[in-house]
Design a protein around this ligand. Structure first.
Ligand code: ADP
Ligand code: MG
Length: 240
């Protein structure tokens, strides 16, 4: 079975993101321009209404984007998180609604923590699990692995779904990239942005018909991290 390892961090380049945004916003703006021209020629009020509604579309698209970059602006505090607790809750949530897929979890080193924003991280795993479910036609499996080494916490989510063609791997995380009829193409954009904010990394392995595996790595919350913070606070206190 052919497998491809790709560092998504390198692929979700600024250029691709810019192209995605430009493409999506250009359509409604082009329509607005057209209707304003018609308005000039025919002086009919209805063109103002259409232009207004197209502008609304453009604003919606930009608002979606702001939502993704919102983690930065949100005041959510960093806390110690045991990801296995969050993963359990999410798995339950999905499993209760979808019996056609069975979810298996393995956990090594319980009680390993990471330092992060809980709600943002929940969104990450919600989106990855949702994509995994959506990729599986009919019955199938999702395997969740959660393990910790001395310095890192790793989570992988593997599905037996349709897989991703190799030439499309580079598009993952690009805003609005979707192959679904009702997809937003914003799920992985959020996933990538939150993971990077947490100094994490994400990789994907996929083959058509062989399913997909996302592997996420975060730095583990260590005594060192806490120590550093204390030192920093003490320094600050000394200076003032
Ligand atoms: P959406 O789910 O709204 O399409 P996402 O950003 O979550 O947007 O995903 C973008 C695209 O990446 C999907 O449309 C799909 O083609 C592909 N994809 C993501 N996760 C998987 C997966 N587990 N298996 C197969 N394809 C996937
Ligand atoms: Mg999605």
């Amino acid at each position: 079975k052919k497998r491809n390892d790709t560092h998504l961090s390198q692929l979700a380049s600024v250029g691709q993101i810019a192209a995605g945004i430009a493409h999506e916003v250009k359509n409604p703006l082009t329509a607005v321009k057209g209707f304003l021209q018609l308005l000039k020629e025919k002086n009919e009020l209805k063109y103002i209404e259409i232009a207004e509604s197209e502008l609304g579309n453009a604003i919606n698209i930009l608002q979606n984007l702001l939502h993704v970059s919102k983690p930065d602006l949100e005041e959510e505090p960093y806390v110690s998180i045991d990801l296995s607790v969050e993963l359990d809750a999410l798995t339950q949530l999905f499993q209760d609604q979808m019996y056609r897929v069975s979810v298996h979890k393995t956990l090594q080193n319980p009680g390993s923590y990471i330092f992060g924003k809980k709600n943002q991280l929940k969104k990450v795993f919600f989106n990855l699990l949702k994509n995994a479910f959506e990729a599986i036609p009919g019955n199938g499996f999702i395997y969740i692995e959660h393990m910790a080494t001395e310095n890192e916490v790793m989570i992988s989510i593997q599905d037996t779904g349709v897989g991703i063609p190799q030439e499309k791997l580079g598009l993952l995380g690009t805003p609005f990239y979707t192959t679904k009829e009702n997809g937003t193409g914003m799920g992985l954009t959020l996933v990538f942005s939150v993971i990077y904010q947490h100094n994490g990394s994400i990789e994907v392995q996929s083959s058509e018909d062989g399913g997909t595996k996302f592997t996420i790595t975060f730095p583990r919350e260590t005594k060192n991290i806490r120590l550093k913070e204390v030192v920093y606070l003490e320094l600050e206190a000394t200076m003032s």
